[in-house]
Design a protein around this ligand. Structure first.
Ligand SMILES: [Zn+2]
Length: 310
């Protein structure tokens, strides 16, 4: 991956002292061949002891305060190890009180193994836990630290002066998505409920639905406020992995746009093959770029199946 504008901004912020890079990582726990020279390790403070970590995989959220340490998602084992080392520096070597998984996908949970013996609890939606053990359409992991605490609607805990709430609002990116709110910081980790200016992965085999996703984004915005800062699982090149409720409504509108587009093609009499072959950017959403190859997790493919019941 080539350096992006975000890397440049991060480097500028690092120079200004807004970030830190864990020391002793390069060459010790992380082989360079595994991560490459151009993959940045970034810790970015957001507000009131909550921040995010980016390296490779879905964005990790974290809280380090006088009462403990919480982590949201775990990327891959090497990246999780780098994150743990950096958080340990920040917390003075405290264990992690709770690791939360926003959903089961490997780029958010494969790093759980690095938290073995470090995280006191691992929390996820019950369906995410089931999918971690038996990924729909995939192989079970050889080694994994699975959630020991699951919920179906809501889970919450106090940690120091912060309150963490995990909520499930229904099927969207998968059938086991959690929205994680740090209430007093007013920061929310969206996991892969947010792909910022980038075509989303729609894992229909794991229960994803575009119509459900539209509702979940609306509900999430309705249950937070104008000051809320959201952490996104992924973002397009040159777009930040944090933003506002307006960005959530932007993805909501894109998902509505995909369904509307496919519906219009069906009504115009186009065949399934013709519709699935349409890869040009969606009118009004050109910044998302062309659609990728029409696989099972492609928005157009899922939209077609949702509309036709095929
Ligand atoms: Zn995902």
């Amino acid at each position: 991956m080539a350096p992006t504008r975000r890397d440049f901004l991060a480097a500028s912020a690092a120079a200004a002292g807004a970030l830190f890079v864990p020391s002793g990582v390069r060459g010790s726990s992380i082989p360079e061949r595994a991560v490459g020279w151009l993959v940045p390790r970034e810790f970015t403070e957001i507000r009131r002891n909550v921040g995010f970590f980016t390296m490779r995989g879905g964005t990790i959220g974290y809280l380090v305060n006088d009462g403990g340490v919480a982590v949201v998602d775990s990327q891959f084992p090497e990246q999780a190890q780098a994150c743990i080392e950096g958080l340990s520096e920040r917390s003075g070597g405290r264990p992690v009180d709770v690791l939360l998984n926003t959903h089961h996908h490997g780029d958010h949970t494969a790093g759980n193994v690095a938290f073995r013996g470090i995280a006191r609890r691992v929390v996820a939606h019950a369906q995410a836990e089931a999918h971690m053990r038996r990924p729909p359409g995939g192989l079970p992991p050889e080694d994994q630290l699975f959630p020991d605490t699951t919920f179906t609607d809501e889970w919450s805990a106090e940690l120091g002066d912060e309150r963490i709430v995990a909520r499930h609002h229904g099927r969207a990116h998968t059938s086991g998505d959690a929205v994680i709110t740090f209430e007093r910081a007013n920061v929310v980790h969206m996991g892969d409920l947010m792909f910022h200016m980038r075509h989303p992965v729609v894992d229909a085999a794991a229960g994803a639905t575009l119509r459900g996703w539209i509702q979940v984004l609306q509900t999430t915005v309705d249950t937070h406020d104008d000051e809320t800062i959201y952490i996104f699982g992924h973002a397009g090149p040159d777009y930040p992995v944090t933003g506002s409720g307006a960005d959530l409504l932007g993805l909501r509108d894109y998902l509505v746009g995909v369904l509307t587009f496919v519906q219009a093609q069906i009504e115009a009499g186009r065949t399934q093959d013709e519709i699935l072959a349409m890869r040009d950017p969606l009118v009004g959403f050109e910044d998302y770029g062309r659609f990728g190859r029409p696989g099972a997790r492609d928005p157009i493919v899922v939209a077609y199946r949702e509309i036709t019941g095929a």
